[in-house]
Design a protein around this ligand. Structure first.
Ligand code: TXA
Ligand code: MG
Length: 341
């Protein structure tokens, strides 16, 4: 199958392919998603195939209005409505209890809940409206690889496996949406993202649980997706904290091979780099670093020869919570210390 690159003007053609049961990747403000008509079970099953995704990992249902959510779910709580008003369209995905038999098992992974997201991207909102149905969309990467933040990343992973990708340029945020479980008494963050726990608490005047995604090996994770290996480039990533840069670079300089390095301009300005270090800049701060993180991991994957990457750590608050969550997964939670290497 030849995968078509649609411009952000070719909404009708892209929607026609979706209506026809084909897969079309779409832009959002976070990362690119792999779209299919949520009401077409055959199409939804193909999403799992194209990504190589385990079938018990449910998909996010993307909508372009609140009414579609209300029609599929048990009555929405006041807190849920407040969060929709505050953050939709935007990077907050919410999990609600479904009415019986409204969505296929292929979408929900057999759960009695589903995750809903109203993305902040005009092109994709127009696409969903043109489709006239809700649209499932996991991130449009091969399962286990960093999420795509450009149409080129999507084509790198899925070319030949999907009908098309709507190219709307690089995404803004760069890490996936916050996943908030609203189906339990206390709202719980299952995956940190651009919308922070503090922002959510300020709206609903209630504390949210943030540690629920740390599960033991035998437990069932709340968000099934959190149990799988994620964002992993071919190279080993080492997270470098503030005080460890000098020893990390001393180590790098002693290696007989090229070493990758991902850090902000400010960080780089204070470092004396050995000649065998290849740099991918992460901009100025945690916002730009989140925007560029997956692109950097993919960059070193494409180089092929880089086996070790040193990557800048940030304090895990605000957007840093989401950045560190993804970076830790890509590193298998490995931090640089001289004893580890
Ligand atoms: O920013 C995003 O959220 C992107 C864009 C494309 O919208 N989408 C995305 O989808 O990251 P995906 O499938 O890669 O991640 C969805 C996460 C998974 O960890 C999945 O297990 C969890 O949400 N999830 C989906 N439905 C769920 C449910 N009913 N209960 C618990 N977790 C759920
Ligand atoms: Mg994903």
């Amino acid at each position: 199958m030849e995968t078509k690159r649609f411009s952000n003007q070719e909404i009708e053609a892209a929607a026609a392919a979706l209506r026809d049961g084909q897969l079309v990747a779409f832009p959002t403000e976070t990362v690119y998603g792999l779209g299919a008509d949520a009401t077409n079970e055959t199409a939804v099953k193909q999403v799992y195939q194209a990504k190589g995704r385990p079938s018990d990992n449910p998909l996010i249902v993307h909508v372009a209005d609140v009414e579609t959510v209300a029609a599929l779910t048990e009555p929405l709580s006041e807190a849920a409505k407040k969060l929709m008003t505050a953050f939709w369209p935007g990077s907050l995905t919410m999990i609600f209890k479904l009415k019986p038999n409204v969505l296929s098992k292929a979408v929900t992974g057999g759960l009695d809940t589903a995750a809903f997201r109203f993305p902040a991207n005009k092109t994709t909102l127009a696409l969903i409206k043109a489709l006239g149905r809700p649209m499932v969309g996991p991130s449009a990467n091969t399962s286990g690889k960093p999420s795509p933040t450009t149409a080129d990343h999507v084509l790198h992973d899925l070319s030949g496996k999907i009908a098309g990708v709507v190219d709307d340029g690089p995404t803004k945020v760069g890490v996936e949406s916050t996943v908030l479980d609203m189906s339990t008494d206390q709202p719980a963050i299952l995956r940190p993202g651009a919308v922070t726990p503090e922002q959510i608490e300020a709206v609903i005047k209630q504390t949210v649980a943030t540690e629920v995604h740390k599960v033991g090996a035998k437990e069932t994770p709340k968000a099934p997706g959190m149990k799988y290996k994620h964002y992993a480039p071919a190279a080993q990533v080492y997270i470098v904290n503030d005080g460890d840069w000098q020893s990390a670079l001393d180590w790098a300089g002693q290696q007989p091979v090229q070493i990758g390095l991902m850090a902000t301009k400010e960080r780089l300005a204070g470092l004396q780099l050995p000649t065998n270090v290849e740099v991918f800049e992460l901009g100025q701060n945690v916002t730009t670093a989140s925007h560029l993180l997956f692109a950097g991991l993919r960059h070193f994957d494409d180089e092929g020869e880089i086996k070790d990457i040193l990557a800048e750590g940030f304090p895990a608050n605000g957007l840093g919570l989401a950045y560190m969550n993804r970076l830790k997964k890509s590193a298998g939670n490995v931090f640089f210390t001289t004893s580890q290497i």
